[in-house]
Ligand binder design. Structure first.
Ligand code: NI
Ligand code: MN
Length: 220
């Protein structure tokens, strides 16, 4: 079974029953978080960019896990507890024991010199998951959707720092994704959004609204 465990903001875990992938660890300072970093299990930590709301708890998770950190080299070299890293770059694909990780573009600021922001297309448990990271809507999302048949797109909808609900709904169309999970909203007032409004805007895909602390079975 492939499970999506949502920890709030852009932080979640994909668990295929054997391998646990944690994306954009941020719990400390996240008012919506329902779990502490020391409670999280990870075999891999994937980071989209070096803003603190995406990397803040990487060290804390690595304190308790012998995990491999994946990201742009300038980002994975943030030091601290990080010892096992796979630095990669846009367009690269890693073949890993659970499946594959492909790094794709995102349009955003870096947070650290040279730390180009990215998104990920991940093959795990027989599904293809696209995590957009922090980004605006961009036309090459069409290319991402052509390259891989996306089962689940995990998209920011908060606006202000990323695309908002209208542009995210357009992104779903560009990606030709079957299912969508909105993230990166309601953490703070500045990114307050009604996910039901987003759901109403999305055509031809199923929107799954998952609350922090909740899980979704991606096999269903
Ligand atoms: Ni950011
Ligand atoms: Mn962010």
């Amino acid at each position: 079974m492939l499970t999506f465990n949502y920890y709030g903001h852009a932080c979640f875990q994909l668990d295929d029953g054997k391998y646990k992938l944690v994306f954009d660890p941020f719990l400390t300072g996240n008012p919506a978080a329902t779990i502490k970093p020391e409670e999280i299990k990870a075999d891999y930590i994937l980071i989209s960019h070096a803003h603190s709301d995406h990397i803040g708890d990487a060290d804390a998770i690595l304190d308790n896990n012998d995990a491999v950190t994946i990201g742009i080299p300038e980002v994975t070299d943030f030091g601290g507890e990080v010892v096992k890293t796979i630095g990669m770059n846009l367009g690269g694909t890693l073949n890993l024991p659970f499946g594959f990780v492909r790094m794709v573009p995102a349009f955003h600021s870096a947070g650290i010199a040279g730390g180009t922001p990215c998104g990920y297309v991940v093959g795990i448990g027989g599904k293809v998951i696209y995590f957009a990271g922090d980004t605006c809507l961009f036309g090459d999302m069409k290319l991402i959707g052509e390259r891989d048949q996306i089962d689940y797109a995990i998209l920011p909808i908060g606006g202000h720092y990323t695309m908002g609900p209208e542009d995210a709904a357009k992104a779903v169309e560009f990606l030709n994704a079957k299912n969508v999970i909105p993230v990166h909203y309601n953490t703070w007032d500045v990114i307050k959004q009604d996910p039901e409004k987003f759901k109403a805007l999305v055509k031809n895909a199923t929107v799954h609204i998952v609350k922090p602390g909740e899980s979704l079975n991606l096999d269903a």
